[in-house]
Design a protein around this ligand. Structure first.
Ligand code: DX5
Ligand code: ZN
Length: 211
């Protein structure tokens, strides 16, 4: 049995000028909160750091997705900011085992993310050490991009390897693509535009959940 389905609104698509109000508008229908951290180096965009994460008022699980070239230099600050799950990109990491151990030692749950062109084989040997795999279904950097179906096969491969693992899919998730992701056995659905740009955000979350 795969772990339970969780919806993770991505605040990248929210109004950064009133983040706590934006979070409050989705909190009752969600389990996790997805926070995109970009450094304008690993990806061509710049977003928020640990100082902002610390100010977020929420009961949701704080799921921080580091799209940065030097994740190790940031992990202590993110632990201090109250991060629950800290995910780094395998493409940005020279010594994943060491980073995983450090994330755990700081009291967070480690996750690894894969860009669309990175295969599951690149992280297979770390699967027993981590709590989450985040499969990108768009090139990281921006919200509102088109879903890439190649992510679905990776999710099926991962589920076969680790039936109990939390597997997240991120990028282009809406009511239609969420159905494909659920069928492929992703259990954490990240969505930015489809939730925060919807006329009725709670209804949009229900549609992504498929209930
Ligand atoms: C993209 C980010 C995503 C982004 C998804 O690099 O990692 O989390 O917020 O946005 P949508 O759901 O609009 O594709
Ligand atoms: Zn993300």
């Amino acid at each position: 049995m795969p772990p339970t389905l969780k919806i993770a609104p991505s605040i990248l698509s929210a109004d950064f000028g009133k983040l706590n109000e934006e979070i409050a508008s989705v909190e009752s229908a969600s389990e996790w909160l997805h926070i995109d951290v970009m450094d304008n180096h690993f990806v061509p965009n710049l977003t928020i750091g640990a100082g902002v994460v610390k100010c977020l008022q929420t009961k949701l699980v704080k799921d921080c997705h580091l799209m940065v070239s030097d994740p190790e230099s940031l992990i202590a600050d993110f632990a201090e900011a109250g991060t629950d799950y800290l995910t780094f990109h395998i493409e940005a990491c020279e010594n994943p085992e060491e980073l995983i151990a450090k994330i755990k030692a700081l009291g967070m749950k480690p996750g690894i993310s894969l860009k669309p062109k990175t295969e599951v084989s690149a992280i297979e040997k770390y699967l027993d050490q981590i709590d989450l795999v985040l499969v990108m279904s768009v090139e990281p950097g921006f919200g509102g991009q088109k879903f890439m179906e190649s992510a679905l096969l990776k999710i099926q491969q991962l589920r076969k390897l680790k039936p109990d693992l939390d597997i997240s899919i991120d990028g282009g998730i809406n009511a239609q693509t969420a159905k494909l992701a659920r069928e492929a056995s992703a259990n954490i659905l990240v969505a930015g535009n489809a939730i925060f740009k919807a006329e009725n955000r709670l209804e949009a979350i229900r549609e992504i959940r498929g209930s």
